[in-house]
Design a protein around this ligand. Structure first.
Ligand code: NAP
Length: 318
């Protein structure tokens, strides 16, 4: 029986763990399908306070994990399947078949990368199509690649890819980027990058549908409807994320009711508390606006303080 079960191991979950474990509460972190979360697929993090020269994303989250473990947090390589609530406790069922019990739960399961809705890229996933330049850029040394999207992620991926690829084409559906100005400036200053505004990817490997790896893509100008083939062996999709709430959708009705229309978790305004006493939420699974490592860490702190207060009342009646 744990005091605090934290679902998710990104900056939100690990910050929460540092606080609750340090408060001498028995704390467990369910690391989920991607231990460390999205930071593990980032390179330079230059805007997390305290690191003058920046830090690599995987190093940052690894430090957080070690810090949480220093206070005796248990980190389990388990993927949560379903939550239940029985009497005074929450039951956490995992895909491995194991069950755990806890007096409180902190939901910090983050978000997952979106795929192109109208193009079947699944069969080429890992064979030219990727959502993570950090993980896969190395495989595209000297090749021509495309990045889809116009936000910070797309621009960062495009910049990172220039270290390996011969040419990078950024494809964006509108005529202006959403990314931070500083990143846009770096993008436009980079000779290896071409930006194709007002274009959508409409097909992959159309001329060679049986090819086992990506050979080319077709893009369509949304203003002129003109189509064009681009010969690329890599396509990096960076069009945003969806909250990782599959296990909540599998759970009993009262947990499902925690979800907003867009599937992000609802918390009370300015708080990390939810409609269920003893259940708290933080990080990207709540936040569809800021989605920064530092805001996730901050909200993890909020969730932990709420949990500490709640457990104090439950255990000591104070
Ligand atoms: P995002 O800001 O939501 O941008 C998604 C991009 O994909 C948008 O340009 C969007 O186009 C495009 N898009 C969405 N659906 C599409 C579709 N079906 N087809 C084609 N294009 C599509 O996502 P993000 O770039 O992943 O960033 C998420 C958050 O993380 C942001 O708050 C960002 O600031 C933050 N972030 C920060 C850093 C950093 O600070 N170093 C790095 C990465 C991410 P429209 O513009 O037309 O909507």
């Amino acid at each position: 029986m744990y005091d605090v079960a934290i679902i998710g191991s990104g900056p939100a979950g690990l910050t929460a763990a540092i606080y609750t474990a340090r408060a001498k509460l028995a704390t467990v972190v369910f690391e989920g399908p991607q231990p460390g979360g999205q930071l593990t697929t980032t390179t330079d993090v230059e805007n997390y306070p305290g690191f003058i020269e920046g830090i690599q994303g995987p190093d940052l989250v690894d430090n957080m994990r070690k810090q949480a473990m220093r206070f005796e947090t248990e980190c389990l390589q388990e993927v949560v399947k379903e939550l239940k609530h029985k009497d005074d406790r929450f039951i956490i069922e995992c895909e491995s078949g194991k069950q755990f019990e806890s007096l409180s739960v902190i939901l910090a399961s983050g978000a997952v990368a979106r795929l192109l809705p109208d193009v079947d890229t699944k069969r080429l996933s890992g064979f030219g199509v990727s959502s993570c330049a950090t993980c896969d850029a190395f495989f595209f040394k000297g090749q021509d690649v495309a990045v889809v999207g116009g936000g910070d992620s797309a621009v960062e991926e495009a910049l990172f890819l220039t270290k390996f690829a011969k040419k990078v084409t950024l494809i964006h559906r509108r005529d202006s980027l959403r990314a931070e100005k500083i990143l846009q400036n770096r993008l436009f200053d980079n000779d290896k990058i071409t930006v194709r505004f007002d274009n959508q990817v409409v097909d992959v490997n159309r001329e060679d549908i049986n090819a086992e790896t990506l050979q080319h893509i077709h893009i369509k100008n949304v203003k002129t409807a003109e189509e064009e083939m681009l010969s690329v062996t890599g396509m990096f999709i960076a069009i945003g994320h969806d909250p990782a709430v599959h296990f909540i959708q599998n759970s009993e009705q009262k947990f499902k009711e925690l979800l907003r229309k867009n599937s992000y978790i609802e918390t009370y305004k300015g708080r990390a508390t939810t409609n269920i006493p003893g259940v708290f939420a933080c990080g990207d699974v709540v936040d569809d606006i800021y989605r920064q490592a530092v805001t996730a860490a901050g909200s993890g702190c909020m969730a932990s303080l709420e949990a500490i207060g709640y457990l104090d009342k439950v255990k000591n009646g104070s």
